[in-house]
Design a binder for this molecule. Structure first.
Ligand code: SF4
Length: 758
């Protein structure tokens, strides 16, 4: 276990190539360690296969059925399923041996590496050890507490992105049947900014590009604020396919990630034994939070070129027919102070001009992005500016073109689609009323940050989470942990032990559920679930392994049993939904647009795609019925003298808050996570040497926050910027530091200063 300030970390130079043989050996090492050869092989050969299960890790799309490889997974996918399919177990003996106080001394990696939870456990008021409880008693207890609430809005129902469509639909129905829209989810912390910006400008809150658009059609692919090599590794295969047919790739990121360099595809001889494929044609080392300024400058450069040679740059047919707000946007760009914008972006005019050359040489442009764009105060204006950039040359609604936010969790998009959102539109709530015959609550509920505020202020009695690691994923860790403890009851449905489970309310329950890899047998037989990937493909996932314990229950079963206990047997068809997931899908078909003939279409190999109006037919369901240009003057986080702008990142041995290991081999880090990547000139300026231990201190209106004992690592980050891993640095982000409009925590731009560790 790693202690802050305990710098056993070994540092070497960052890599400029990805995957290769080491990708295979790492996947195998991990699988053998956790699952063993037979179980491991069975799991990997079913991963992302048509009749297998969907990877519980990121939401990258699968190739069409006939094009899938036998080994259709990446190293991090292999780690994710090995992590879930581990033979290690956490049962009553473990909790008898370890008190909550002991376990709170352990780090996240240690906790999750103890193994799969085997049966329900309960922590009573004032107790320090979880003890076994029956499912019946646990369900009854929760129902009693929920029924006892004076106001259903004193309950919060949190969802992590691994929850299936079926479980998510039942979950939102349960919360709304109780009378609340308090349905925060991990999307609040990741792509909420994308949803807000895209809904406003093109009318749909998600990406509209398909995998084939990237592999077969896009002439230029821009990867902005995303690290595909670690966070969506199979994307590298798609990028290689695009390169092979002549596509160009531009990477825009403060860190020169290995995934932009040479891709050694382990499924090819060229990749394993040959030179591999250089992916990025250009890398723009943008300053942290410099993206709004960059896209403003790029659009201005394109405008200047258009005005110099009218009709040669902009797609006026598209603009006139499908867009509004164009003139105002142009006026906005004419007013951009380019010198100031260059300061904010850290990119020279020459770099932007060369990028504009690439754009003009491309008939179709796709822009992909992830958290590097969405977790900033100005995230929503930044993404609107990217839409402006795409609209100028008609790069929406034709093959190879459009906005593509890449999701970090396997079904975070699906959960939102089937109703997990604290502010679902009336159109959805009306359908729910018509389908189930009750009036759902209309008042918007609490998102993640608002839920923490309410818990902190004693306004929440019951916190219920399906999956996830709430206190590790959220900002202001110390505040969130204290807020959790103010709840009367905390309930976590989970596969493995994590930090959140050790921040109990007065009472706490830990309910072990089936994993995505495990067979799910209910009254009517074996069930499958469905998920939606980043490209709006809905497909089936069939568990293959025997459950890790006879006491495990599916998320659907846990929720329908609770609903039956809470609302009574003669309320809605909860029992039928728990016994046969087709009943749930039929309800989804009636309530959620785009799911017609759900059962038949999801039975097709690879499933089906949900409607993507802007892409499929240049239909823009915005307020004006047109794609909307907007004006987004360049801004960026202000960094006082003597301070740095910190961005939080994942290591290569990590998926969201799950830490598989303490290495980050692409960045040259081994054996530890308390590291901070710093520019060598900043090291000199702050009198810090590579290898020194420093504390990171964030300074906000409500005071200082400190993260202790980080080893300074000289690294090619832009001057004035720094990077370090989350969740270790989430403690530095105040609850109130959120993005405009989306209320997403500003975890990617944190103003800090350094202090030598004591
Ligand atoms: S790219 Fe994402 S979804 Fe695919 S195997 Fe890897 S982690 Fe899983």
């Amino acid at each position: 276990m790693e202690e802050p300030g305990e710098s056993g970390v070994r540092v070497s130079s960052p890599k400029h190539s990805s995957v290769g043989l080491e990708g295979i050996t790492e996947s195998m090492r991990y699988t053998l360690e956790q699952s063993g050869p037979v179980r491991g092989a069975k799991t990997l050969l079913a991963l992302n296969q048509v009749d297998g299960f969907d990877c519980p890790s990121c939401a990258w799309a699968d190739p069409v059925p006939g094009e899938r490889k036998k080994a259709e997974f990446c190293e991090n996918g292999a780690k994710a399923v090995a992590w879930e399919a581990t033979r290690k177990r956490v049962g009553p003996d473990f909790f008898a041996e370890h008190s909550v106080a002991d376990l709170r001394e352990k780090d996240g990696h240690w906790l999750e590496s103890q193994g799969r939870l085997t049966e329900p456990v309960y922590l009573g008021p004032g107790e320090d050890h979880f003890t076994p409880i029956t499912w019946k008693a646990a369900t009854t207890l929760i129902a009693d507490r929920l029924r006892g609430l004076a106001d259903p809005n004193r309950a919060v129902f949190y969802t992590s992105g691994r929850t299936s469509n079926e479980a998510a639909f039942v979950y939102q129905l349960l919360a709304r049947r109780l009378g609340t829209n308090n349905l925060p989810d991990c999307s609040n912390m990741c792509h909420e900014s994308s949803g807000a910006a895209l809904s406003e400008t093109i009318g749909v809150g998600k990406g509209v590009v398909s995998l084939q658009d990237i592999t077969d059609y896009a002439d230029l692919i821009m990867i902005v604020g995303q690290n595909p090599g670690t966070c969506h590794p199979r994307m590298l295969t798609a990028l290689e396919q695009a390169k092979k047919r002549g596509a160009r790739i531009i990477a825009v990121n403060p860190l020169p990630e290995a995934g932009f360099g040479r891709f050694h595809n382990p499924q090819t001889v060229r990749g394993l034994a040959g030179p591999g494929t250089q992916l990025a044609d250009a890398y723009l080392p943008i300053r942290v939070n410099g993206d709004l300024a960059f896209f403003n400058t790029l659009n201005r450069v394109l405008l200047d070129r258009e005005e110099a040679a009218p009709g040669t740059v902009f797609d006026h047919d598209f603009i006139n027919r499908y867009c509004d707000g164009f003139e105002q946007a142009c006026e906005g760009w004419r007013n951009v102070d380019l010198a100031h914008a260059a300061q904010l972006s850290g990119l020279s005019r020459r770099m932007v001009e060369r990028c504009a050359d690439e754009v003009m040489a491309a008939d179709s442009v796709t822009v992909c992005w992830a958290m590097g764009l969405t977790q900033h105060r100005n995230a929503v204006p930044t993404i609107r500016e990217i839409v402006n950039f795409l609209l100028l040359r008609g790069n929406v609604g034709r093959p190879g073109a459009g906005p593509s936010p890449i999701r970090g969790h396997s079904n975070v998009q699906g959960d939102r689609t089937v109703g997990i959102w604290e502010q679902m539109p009336d159109s959805f709530l009306d359908k729910l009323r018509d389908e189930f015959g009750f009036e759902p609550p209309r008042e918007h509920g609490k998102d993640t940050v608002d839920s923490i505020r309410a818990m902190r202020d004693g306004e929440v009695e019951v916190f219920f989470a399906v999956g996830g690691n709430f206190v590790a994923a959220t900002p202001d860790t110390a505040v969130t942990e204290t807020a959790m403890a103010r709840c009367a009851l905390t309930v976590n449905v989970a596969t493995k032990l994590n930090r959140t489970h050790l921040c109990p309310g007065t009472e706490a329950l830990l309910l072990p559920c089936l994993g995505r890899t495990e067979r799910d047998v209910q009254e009517t037989g074996e069930q499958f679930v469905t998920v939606e990937d980043s490209m709006a493909m809905v497909h089936a996932s069939h568990g293959r392994l025997l459950p890790g314990s006879p006491e495990l229950r599916s998320e659907v079963r846990i929720l329908t049993d609770l609903a039956r206990e809470l609302f009574g047997e003669d309320d809605l068809d909860w029992r039928e939904m728990g016994a046969d997931y087709r009943v749930i899908r039929r309800h989804i078909e009636h309530v959620v647009p785009g799911f017609h003939a759900y059962e038949e279409r999801v039975a097709q190999p690879g499933g089906f795609v949900l409607p993507r109006g802007p892409h499929d037919s240049r239909t823009f369901p915005t307020e004006t019925g047109k794609a909307r240009f907007t004006v987004n003057p360049p801004t960026a986080a202000e960094v006082p003298e003597g301070h740095l702008l910190l961005t939080t990142v994942r290591s290569h041995d990590q998926f969201n808050t799950t830490v598989y290991g303490l290495d980050d081999r692409y960045r040259g880090i081994k054996g530890g996570r308390h590291v901070v990547f710093l520019n060598e000139d900043d090291l000199r300026m702050f009198g810090v040497a590579d290898g020194d231990l420093v504390d990171l201190i964030s300074v906000y209106d409500d005071g200082e926050r400190r993260a202790r004992g980080f080893r300074a690592v000289r690294y090619p980050v832009p001057r004035g910027c720094a990077a370090a891993y989350y969740p270790e640095t989430n403690v530095l982000v105040p609850l109130d530091s959120t993005a405009e409009t989306s209320n997403t925590p500003n975890s990617k731009s944190i103003v800090i200063r350094l202090e030598a560790s004591e």
